[in-house]
Design a protein around this ligand. Structure first.
Ligand code: BGO
Length: 264
């Protein structure tokens, strides 16, 4: 079994990506631009093992390519230029941060969640069951604090040995039924691509080069879903992800109000 050597750092803005990148690479950094856009490209070598290459990717909230940053990150993640994604997640705001995670997992390459800012959890009376989170998403979750330089050895070890996600995130049955129909028509099996077909994502559709008949059937399936959900295709997907994440957060996170009862 070969170890992963090419790490891609992905996360929301302010999740601690820059702090993490600096800790992992120290002064072994290379700064340039991504081809064709004025988006900064930073990569580097791991301070403790120079054979590990770390690619920092622009901070984003979603893999819908609306901004140059989202485009750069998405194109990179759909390439074969990396072995594993390290997904920075702000532990004090998991529901919002995990929105991107659902999409990363659906791409199907190895993902490790670096649950950052864990130094703030006790102060903010938040408890996260990381084992349950890991089990639910089918990917390793490592607690880190970029501020306190904690958890990085474990993060690197887990990233080296991470394998493709073991769980398929399951959405509402009606949405799943549409995805199954789309898969039957298009023969697409990758979850990320399939959901992008549902969203009518131009880039993915171009790549798939569907026949006129397939394209027509795809549009019929989506139109039926829009009638059922009384919503447009993009909003259906956003809502499905958030519903999934609300349930997940309820299961893995508890927040107390800062009142500690003394039980004697
Ligand atoms: C400021 N714990 C805590 N408590 N803070 C962290 C951690 C952590 O584990 N990791 C990062 N931060 P970036 P992106 C700041 O800059 O790495 C903090 O966008 C400030 N700046 O120090 O930049 C980090 O690259 C003034 O905070 O994230 C930074 O993903 C007052 O989270 C912020 C307070 O980290 C974002 C904080 C002038």
């Amino acid at each position: 079994m070969t170890e992963n050597k090419r790490f891609a750092l992905v996360g929301n803005p302010n999740s601690g990506k820059t702090s993490t990148f600096n800790l992992l690479t120290g002064s072994n950094q290379y700064v340039g631009n991504w081809p064709g856009v004025t988006v900064e490209r930073k990569s580097g070598k791991y301070v403790k093992d120079k054979s590990i290459i770390i690619q920092d990717l622009p901070g984003i909230y979603s893999l819908s390519p609306f901004t140059p940053e989202e485009n750069v990150t998405r194109d990179y993640l759909l390439s074969d230029d990396y072995d594993v994604v390290i997904n920075l997640v702000d532990a004090t705001n998991i529901e919002r941060n995990l929105y991107l995670t659902t999409q990363l997992i659906e791409i199907g390459k190895p993902v490790v969640i670096a649950l950052n800012m864990t130094d703030l959890l006790v102060k903010q009376n938040i408890f996260i069951d990381t084992e349950k989170l890991s089990y639910s998403l089918g990917v390793p979750v490592v607690n880190i604090s970029a501020l306190k330089n904690q958890g990085f050895d474990t993060l690197v070890t887990q990233s080296q040995k991470a394998r493709a996600p073991q769980v398929q995130l399951h959405y509402d049955e009606r949405f799943e039924a549409s995805l199954t129909e789309l898969s039957d028509v298009t023969h697409v099996t990758n979850r990320f691509e399939l959901i992008k077909v549902f969203e009518n994502d131009e880039k993915i559709l171009e790549r798939l080069a569907l026949s006129a008949r397939q394209a027509e059937e795809v549009l019929d399936i989506i139109a039926i879903a829009e009638d059922i959900f009384l919503d447009d295709r993009q909003s259906i997907v956003v809502n499905e992800r958030y519903q999934y994440l609300t349930t997940l957060a309820d299961m893995v996170e508890s927040r107390t109000q800062g009142i500690r009862l003394n039980v004697s």
